[in-house]
Design a protein around this ligand. Sequence first.
Ligand SMILES: [Zn+2]
Ligand SMILES: [Zn+2]
Length: 498
Amino acid sequence: MADNITVPIRMLVFSSPDCYACPEVERIVHKLVGSSMADICHVSTIDVVREPKTAERYNVRMLPTIMIDDEIVLQGLVGESDIRDVLWERVISSIIKREKTFDVRKESLLYISKNSFDSIMNEEFIRPYIGDYIHVGVMQQMIVSLVALDKLVPNLLYQSGREVGLYGVGTYLMITLNPNIGTEFRAKERFEEVLDGLVKYFSDNESINIPMKLAESAEVVNIDSDSATMRIMGLASASGSPFVGEPLCHFSAGEIAGLTEVLTGRNCVVHEVKCVGTGHEYCEFEITVSDEPISRNLSDNQEEEYIVEDRSQHFQGILHDISTRLHESFISPKDVFNRGNIGNEVHFTKLQQAIVTLKLTDPYCGALLYAAGRELGIFGPGRDILQRYLEDENYTWPLNLQQALYILNKFFHFGMIQAAKERADVKIIEDGDQLKIRIDECAISSGATDSGVSFCDFMAGYIAGRITIITNRDCVVTETHCHGLGDKYCEFGISFVD
Ligand SMILES: [Zn+2]
Ligand SMILES: [Zn+2]
């Protein structure tokens, strides 16, 4: 299988417990995928009774509905041969489409990398108003939400990180950090120099003017001719996270693999064997290189899986914890994320690299991020402050949309949504009888190039959640403009569902 299809194509099957045609269609789909497409296809079943928001977002009005790459391919009761024909045709065209978006991904990654490079090397802000760093809590909210919602995500994040390592400017940074990498040609010694470069890459590089703020420090704790263990303290994706029961730093693991592959010229796989998310004080990665192809098994080297009774409730609690910490660290800046001197921020390009590869590889990640943002908007912290404010200002609850947007705008600087140190400029725009939100220099996406995808699903979901609790009406927020789509600002349209 080509490099760029190592992540399976996602098939969404919408069904419900009382749908009479669903069990038969599901049975056929699982039979077909299981027998001939198991490596290239992954089936995610969505129960529309339990997840009405996802069905709404995809405008699913008939059951069962099968979607591939965000497009409906089959609806209703269909026979086995029809299902087989359509699935094969769609899966193949989806593979071809991926070959094409692969180039877009590479270009976007390069652009984002170049941005980080300019910003870091020239010490010039790409984002003059809000600055080039985002809060690590925002990154963790997104990673934990994705990991919580979907089984494919760890693998997706690893592949994303690997592509960033292979095609980003990280290799150049590494050679700048350790020039010996470029001059050492003996395999074992070269691997050692690469490890030395990785240690510098993941350390506080303030002294040499490369403040990615990716992690506080790193060290190699064990080394062999073709394997090594690297320990990273204060890694942005996990540092200060509550106990999750699963490792969180798949993206970094992938990036280490990609960088090592390019710089050693050998195959490489990386496993995260310890993580703050699994209750350790640091994250630890096992790096293996080989001249032969090596495959990476996610279940290898992993600690025993942590089993919880109610997974979604467990993750809701974690997300709430992270959001509360983020909130606290915003209201009165303090080090709740345990990153010592480097503080609570990470360069914005790290999050953008992950989002662009995730969304271009698997569009469903957009829906996952939206769902997670919405949950946070409805149940997340800051709600009581909002309520107190409404009482103090004598608003009669529930509010109309105009009032809701005014209030939300006033509260945009409250952490969760703001992400950056400085407040982005938010305007409420009247377009006919529609109200829209326009954000200049949105923290999630500004500084990105036209990648053909919007970046701010999490933010859209969050806004939807907050509007829902203030107006007491269910709504859908759609991002119509975004830096990721080549626009100069992000714009969100709001529509009520009732
Ligand atoms: Zn970790
Ligand atoms: Zn955007």
